[in-house]
Design a protein around this ligand. Structure first.
Ligand code: NAD
Length: 357
């Protein structure tokens, strides 16, 4: 029986994770799989409980599970804490590192029902269906950091390091993803300015020789950010390093209509972590206004990548498409003529549509 560890976390995490559980249970029922769920604390909720945003017990349960579904962590309540105790630095980054999750996969798909919710004109955004593969455990976020006084002035240093092996493993994964899609891979770097960018590009070019069926192109990150709003449908799979990936995925997310639509999977280790791309949204927490679809679509990725249940993943994605086509909207997606629903109602509708098939 597949065991899923639930880490709802803080803010809207508490509201959106139960809705994804409804979708998983419905998909399980339709395709004869029973999931077992366990819960654990992470982030601010864990800090309040035991003074540690990533308790040993949570880590143990993560390692014992078959897949992890997380909500979001953080919020103003914990922002004053020393950096190592803050939810993101003290829990999320070390969790990814400890589980060996070196790749973050974020699909950005425009569901036809949301074409008017995108900030781009319909003729520009039509056909958007891309996937960003972001390196997750290297680069600036994990390099040596320092603050020091030099000549009577304080300065801060962050180090951007990439080893060949780190680029090869993320590159391979991206080529393999492209092989299963439209066979086009865009590698994003800043090779004109950064030494790490030049190594990144050299490694990708070399790897490309092993995947002759995939069309490989290189693009500077500034141009990529422009192309994403100019002609987003040109992209199939995008592969990039940690910091650029962080920024580009947020940009890609709004093209889909709302950050509440963007799912993510962090893979590469024994146990994968699935979570929406957004944060804990303290401004709307506890009000049943949060869009649970990014978390529900992350659960679909879990069925696809961790449990090899392609039918279940498609059933969830089809249900989301249908619910949106039928006009149901959480407030972030609301347009005139839409039928506004709460977080829980959206979850109920998706589960109902999954079961209906
Ligand atoms: P955020 O993603 O939480 O919110 C940005 C905006 O998007 C807000 O207006 C919010 O209401 C809206 N929003 C986000 N998710 C939504 C959803 N599902 N439905 C409807 N609207 C949604 O980003 P932020 O405000 O910069 O950060 C808030 C907290 O979340 C901070 O403490 C930050 O550190 C943390 N954070 C956590 C993660 C994570 O857990 N992976 C990621 C990013 C930020």
């Amino acid at each position: 029986m597949p065991e899923i560890l639930l880490l709802p976390g803080d803010g809207i995490g508490q509201e959106i994770v139960p809705e994804a559980v409804k979708a998983l249970e419905a998909a399980g029922k339709r395709f004869n799989t029973v999931f077992r769920f366990k819960n654990a604390l992470i982030g601010g909720a864990a800090y309040d409980d035991c003074g540690n945003p990533l308790p040993e017990e949570t880590l143990r349960l993560c390692n014992e599970s078959d897949a992890i579904l997380m909500g979001a962590i953080g919020g103003p309540k914990w922002e004053h804490l020393p950096v190592h105790l803050r939810p993101e630095m003290g829990a999320l980054l070390p969790l990814r590192k400890k589980l060996g999750l070196y790749a973050n996969i974020r699909p950005a798909v425009l569901f036809p029902g949301l074409i008017d919710a995108s900030p781009l004109k319909p003729e520009v955004v039509t056909g958007l269906d891309l996937m960003v593969v972001r390196e997750l455990t290297g680069g600036l976020y994990f390099g040596t950091k320092k603050r020091e006084f030099v000549d009577g002035e304080e300065q801060a240093l962050d180090t951007l390091v990439y080893k060949t092996g780190e680029i090869v493993r993320i590159g391979r994964l991206a080529f393999q993803m492209a092989q299963k899609r439209r066979k086009k891979l865009t590698s994003v770097d800043k090779a004109n300015v950064l030494a790490s960018g030049r190594l990144w590009r050299e490694v990708m070019i070399k790897l490309g020789q092993e995947y002759p069926d995939v069309e490989l192109e290189h693009i500077y990150v500034d141009n990529c950010s422009m192309q994403l709003v100019r002609r987003p449908a040109q992209f199939d799979v995008i592969v990039t390093e940690n910091t650029f990936g962080d920024i580009l995925t947020d940009e890609a997310s709004v093209l889909t209509g709302s950050i509440g639509m963007l799912a993510s999977a962090s893979i590469g280790g024994k146990v994968a972590l699935y979570e929406p791309s957004h944060g804990s949204a303290p401004d709307i927490a506890g009000q049943q206004k949060a869009n649970p679809l990014a978390t529900i679509l992350s659960a679909a990725l879990m069925l696809r990548f961790s449990f090899n249940m392609e039918d279940g993943a498609r059933a969830i994605e089809d249900a989301v498409r249908q619910v949106l086509s039928d006009g149901y909207r959480t407030p972030d997606l609301m347009q005139s003529g839409g039928n506004q629903v709460t977080t829980a109602k959206m979850g109920d509708l998706v589960a109902e549509y999954i079961l209906r098939g």
